[in-house]
Design a protein around this ligand. Structure first.
Ligand SMILES: *Cc1c(COP(=O)(O)O)cnc(C)c1O
Length: 366
């Protein structure tokens, strides 16, 4: 049997009774859309973050897009982010009509190089969109100082960083708002699509509730500003409520898998993830680096191990973003990393036998 970087079935078999009970609870409740489970999840996810508000939406991409719109971002504006991210970060900016502006990342932690942000700010810059990539927070104090100096909003892309902390603060609690994805692979994953925005700003919360519900405010059936249907599904919300009670355990499980990789591969030529001082990592993906990445991935296929790359092509090199005008070589660290990084299997229910198999195979191939 092939070993993949992610598999939800071991977790499903562990939690099957609870998951099916959540489904049955919603199906028997008599209310299938924006009812008790979505409201309950919103309250509980906000409380988990010590935030005033949470608005459930249909996926992480729309969480980002609607949060940007709720922060006033639209056509003609610029939003500063990275090209070393999942494409949806940039899709969301594009979806508001604003222009994504990229800065390069650090060579050691693969996160936005905060020292390059200020030079990218123009009169049109409206917001900064840091991505807490792979499960580790960007240096938020430094970024917030820049945002405050220039009157910019911060939207944190927390799609990969549920449960990660920086100086004791959870990811998603420093910016004006934070967007989460509950895509099944994520640290807090639904059994389908889901997303949410966490914020302590009542104005952003109110705007988001309109934006996810056709643009209706207070009185149903009348629209003030035409918007979208981006509701979080009741069934997914009820499953997420159950899984939220286990989020800290999932993160601890991922850290244990990471600890084992560190112990078993720390003496090899692989560059293992660097955890910055003051951060705790939630290891959404366990990204390692080696100049002979392609050879290693190919050789591991003989051991029935199929690894992933997060991500093989920086967003600015994709044909869909050619119009942004970033030439090859314009983000040198991002481009270099894309040719060398790959991900090892990582999920809390990863059977230890499978992890041993990957470690042994890697040591042989290296
Ligand atoms: C997964 C992801 C998204 C998009 O989330 P979806 O729920 O798939 O729409 C956005 N940003 C990052 C960094 C992601 O990893």
């Amino acid at each position: 049997m092939t070993t993949y970087v992610w598999d939800y079935l071991p977790e499903y078999y562990n939690e099957r009774e609870d998951i099916l009970d959540a489904v049955d609870k919603v199906f028997s409740s008599g209310a299938l859309v924006l009812a008790d489970s979505v409201k309950g999840f919103e309250q509980e996810f906000a409380a988990y973050h010590g935030a005033g508000h949470c608005v459930g939406v249909d996926n992480g991409t729309n969480a980002l897009k609607l949060a940007l719109q709720a922060l006033g971002v639209g056509p003609g504006d610029e939003v500063i982010t990275v090209s070393n991210t999942a494409a949806p970060t940039v899709i969301a900016i594009d979806g508001t009509g604003a222009t994504p502006v990229f800065v390069d990342v650090n060579e050691d932690d693969y996160l936005i190089d905060v020292s390059q942000v200020e030079a990218a700010i123009t009169e049109r810059t409206k917001a900064l969109l840091p991505v807490h990539l792979y499960g580790q927070c960007v240096d938020l104090d430094a970024l917030k100082a820049i945002a405050d100096r220039h009157g910019l909003a911060i939207l944190e892309d927390c799609a990969q960083s549920h449960g990660a902390t920086q100086r004791g603060k959870l990811a998603g609690t420093t910016g004006d708002a934070a967007a989460f994805s509950f895509y099944p692979t994520k640290v807090l994953g639904a059994y389908g699509d889901g997303g949410a925005v966490v914020t302590s700003r009542a104005d952003v919360d109110a705007e988001l509730r309109k934006l996810r519900y056709y643009g209706m405010e207070k009185v149903y059936y009348t629209v003030q500003t035409p918007a979208h249907n981006s509701r979080l599904d009741e069934v997914q919300a009820e499953i997420l409520r159950r899984k939220l009670t286990r989020l800290d355990a999932y993160v601890a499980g991922r850290r244990e898998v990471a600890r084992r990789y560190q112990e078993a591969l720390g003496d090899t030529e692989l560059v293992l993830p660097k955890v910055n001082e003051g951060n705790t990592h939630s290891y959404y993906v366990y990204v390692v680096r080696h100049p002979e990445r392609d050879r290693i991935i190919e050789a591991l296929k003989a051991y029935d191990i199929s690894l992933n790359i997060s991500y093989p092509w920086p967003v600015h090199t994709m044909t869909g973003f050619a119009h942004l005008g970033y030439a090859e070589g314009s983000l040198p660290v991002t481009e270099k990393l894309a040719g060398e990084i790959f991900s090892l299997p990582m999920y809390p229910a990863l059977p230890s036998g499978l992890q041993d198999k990957v470690i042994a195979a890697l040591r042989e191939v290296l």
